[in-house]
Design a binder for this molecule. Structure first.
Ligand code: C2O
Ligand code: CU
Length: 432
């Protein structure tokens, strides 16, 4: 994984490779995927961002039990939306994902935009020892109470990549998927002007990213249209400087000696919208969700298993975060223990959720079963009312989202920094 001078890295994998195989279908196709569990522990597969019926969502005991070792379960659902999605376990996911279980799921548009190449980059982040083996310190308190398991080695499609060959004049659709447990990426394509055309699989008004930096929190996807405007023989770095003092070169775009065309392709890059119901803001039910906990926060305690528990006691049992004052130990870890819903939404009605981050940390908040519009940040309307399924909430930020609660069932709503999720930042929203 990290190069020839190192031994191979032992991973957990789908079909023996990291990332797992790219599942590619056409919008409207029905997917049928048989999953056989050859791990020594239970697992599930969650189809992140895909609007599936509740029973196919891969959350253990909600309502189906996980897949036991040696067993096979067949997931089956229609792909209603086109876009870039991914799959991963929803069972002890901080370790199962952290060891390599994830893969891309691409649903092609019926009328795709014109590009020369359609490329997927599954970005992941590993904490490796000197012998290139994965460290076993999953779920340690340091990671849990700070920014999660941020590793020391970033891979593109499972490899430390030196360069990506490109051609002058070429137009690439680059589908970025952040499969890392905790690392947030802030990518700069030096000398290039990427255009964002989709976020979390859903079309957005094509635009250049703020400050020319593509920010991608765990579980998020961004589709870029990247015109290779360099000249033959050029080399341009893609740099990740999300954590300012930890900037590094992710990969180089390396231009071949031939020119594909002299001017960038002149073709529209706007994608057709997905059939997501438009929220009706005037008739919306409003809810607030407060995110609390972690180091340097103000939270002194939270409800754990129905009892008010102080922060020190919480931390001794591996808990550090809360949603609306409740630190949930969810079905992911605790057998058949199912949490009570934080609130219940009336089916078919629009819901506005205001998320208030009272912590000193970033939280990419993910809602299952639905796609929401991001309405505002700190009271300022967002530029494009982006459709997303995972939204990065900055420290102390207030983010409002809206969606039509049209998919019945109990749905997970949690932080996708997987160490935060297992340590309490997890809840259930019921649509009934
Ligand atoms: Cu990507 Cu609840 O998951
Ligand atoms: Cu978090």
């Amino acid at each position: 994984m990290v190069g020839d001078e190192y031994p191979e890295t032992t991973v957990w994998a789908y079909e023996g490779r990291v990332p797992g195989p790219e599942i590619r279908v056409r919008q409207g196709d029905r997917l049928r995927i048989a999953v056989t569990n050859r791990l020594a522990e239970d697992t599930t597969v969650h189809w992140h961002g895909v609007r599936v019926p509740n029973a196919m969502d891969g959350v253990p005991h909600m309502p189906l039990p996980p897949i036991a070792p040696g067993e096979t379960f067949t997931y089956e659902f229609d792909t209603v939306d086109a876009g870039t999605f991914w799959y991963h376990p929803h069972m002890r996911s901080h370790e199962q994902v952290g060891r390599g279980l994830y893969g891309p799921l691409i649903v092609e548009e019926r009328q795709p935009i014109q590009v020369d190449r359609d490329i997927t980059w599954v970005l992941s982040d590993w904490r490796l020892k000197n012998d290139a083996s994965v460290t076993n310190d999953f779920g340690n308190m340091m990671d849990i109470s700070h920014n999660g398991r941020v590793g020391n080695t970033v891979t593109i499609n499972g490899q430390v990549l030196e360069e990506m060959p490109v051609q002058s004049g070429e137009r690439v659709r680059l589908r970025l998927i952040n499969a890392a447990n905790a690392r947030i990426f802030g990518l700069r394509f030096q000398g290039h002007q990427p255009v964002v055309v989709a976020i979390d699989g859903h079309p957005v008004e094509p635009h250049q990213p703020d400050e020319d930096r593509v920010v991608l929190a765990p579980a998020m996807r961004i589709d870029l249209v990247l015109d290779m405007t360099g000249t033959p023989g050029d080399r341009a770095s893609v740099v990740d400087d999300f954590y300012r003092d930890l900037a590094y070169r992710l990969v180089d775009l390396s231009y071949g000696s031939e020119r594909l065309r002299n001017r960038p392709l002149d073709a529209p890059v706007r994608l057709l919208a997905n059939p997501v119901p438009e929220p009706d803001l005037s008739g919306a039910a409003r809810h607030q969700v407060t995110l609390g906990g972690g180091m340097m926060g103000m939270m002194t305690g939270a409800m754990v298993d129905g009892r008010m528990t102080d922060m020190r006691t919480m931390m001794r049992s591996g808990m550090a975060w809360a949603i609306n004052g409740v630190a949930a130990s969810g079905p992911d870890d605790h057998g058949s223990h199912v949490m009570a819903p934080t609130f219940t939404l009336e089916r078919g009605r629009t819901c506005i959720i205001a998320m208030v981050n009272e912590t000193a940390w970033h939280h990419p908040m993910h809602l299952h079963g639905h796609t929401f519009r991001v309405l505002s940040r700190n009271g300022q309307p967002t530029r494009f009312k982006e459709w997303q399924d995972t939204v990065l909430v900055d420290p102390r930020e207030r983010v409002e989202i809206a969606f039509v609660a049209d998919n019945p069932g109990d749905w997970m709503f949690h932080c996708h920094i997987l160490e935060h999720q297992i340590a309490g930042m997890m809840s259930i929203i019921r649509v009934a």
